[in-house]
Design a binder for this molecule. Structure first.
Ligand code: A3P
Length: 323
């Protein structure tokens, strides 16, 4: 590790991640694994947005994969019809690359100029930490959040199941149980110690921005998409300035996008069953687990859930955002 990074790390608060192996560092108000620090810094300092850019933003494990597929399919529907969709052979994470875990990790100065507009990228950065040109240009930000209990359970399961080139990220004990159980992570979770967290800071920045500038930031909830994907697809298209025409609606274009991006369809595609996400190294399949609302009840006791929700509610109080 370079000397300046080592020196920086000595000055930052650190805690164990959900996987129990790597440390998270609190950098500019965000808990980050050390492997992302450089990329986060380069992205936040150097990226220059174009007015036509679209940024898919989220706290990890909130439905980013789904929103990437939906946003790309809506924004590029005049180029690729559902039958020739690039999602049939490429992961949503390959088609909508993440600034911090992909583009700026591969190369501190990626050449992004060649991509045809609209360029679509993703980020897990807090709104306040996005490069100024994203916040101040006319580019659009689509954000997805999720019930904090399902988000945390999904994150823990991801850390548990996610493999890098076949090796579990999580180090298991000899008896096969995870190094850290969800119970053992719970105290950290309640203090907001989650990669890209605290949860409430990640969510609140985008929530407030969406209220102040509804033309700039669209704030979506995973649960709403599950309940009514069609009206949310219309919302995304209108927000991007390319509403579905009457003719498209009649021809069933919205239903086709909804089907293409559905959990069952994406999960069963060869690329998402067996592909590997570079340079992160995670299996594409680890981004498709259950895709359900309320799975937290199978992993958290009622008192753990109640207590964590109370903490989140307190953090969000007065904002108008509820779960
Ligand atoms: P679960 O772990 O609860 O199943 P992210 O994409 O932000 O990493 O979030 C991953 C979560 O979204 C996982 O939740 C995953 O199963 C779910 N997911 C992935 N693709 C989905 C889709 N097309 N529709 C609904 N949920 C999806």
């Amino acid at each position: 590790m370079e000397e300046d990074l080592q020196e920086l790390l000595l000055t930052l608060p650190s805690e164990k991640s959900l996987a129990g192996t790597k440390s998270l560092y609190l950098y500019k108000g965000t808990w980050l694994p050390v492997s992302f620090l450089r990329a986060v810094d380069s992205f936040q300092r150097d990226f220059i947005a174009q007015d036509t850019d679209i940024i898919v933003a989220s706290m990890p494990k909130s439905g980013t994969t789904w929103l990437k597929a939906l946003t790309f399919s809506v924004a590029k529907r005049h180029i690729y019809g559902p039958k020739e969709s690039p999602f049939l052979t490429a992961s949503p994470h390959a088609l909508v690359p993440c600034f911090e875990t992909d583009l700026y990790m591969k190369d501190p100065q990626p050449n992004l100029e060649q991509a045809p507009p609209p360029r679509i990228f993703s980020s897990h950065s807090h709104f306040a930490n996005l490069p100024e040109s994203i916040r101040n240009s006319k580019c659009k930000v689509v954000y997805i959040c999720r019930n904090p209990l399902d988000q945390v359970v999904s994150f823990f399961q991801f850390a548990h199941q996610c493999k890098q080139d076949g090796t579990p990220l999580l180090v298991y004990k000899q008896d096969g149980t995870p190094l850290l159980s969800l119970d053992e992570c719970y105290e950290n979770i309640c203090r907001g110690v989650l990669g890209r967290g605290p949860f409430w800071d990640n969510v609140l920045g985008y929530w407030k921005a969406s209220l102040e500038r509804p033309d700039k930031v669209l704030f979506l909830k995973y649960e709403d998409l599950k309940e009514d994907i069609i009206s949310n697809l219309k919302k995304i298209a209108e927000f991007l300035g390319i509403p579905f025409t009457d003719e498209e609606e009649k021809e069933g274009a919205i239903e086709e996008i909804s089907r293409l991006c559905s959990f069952d369809n994406l999960r069963n595609l060869e690329v998402n069953k067996n592909g590997v996400l570079r340079p992160f190294g995670a299996l594409n399949s680890s981004f498709f687990r259950k895709g359900e609302v309320g799975d937290w009840a199978n992993h958290l006791s009622p008192s753990m859930a109640e207590n964590y929700l109370k903490i989140v509610e307190e953090k969000l109080s007065g904002s108008g955002l509820t779960f």
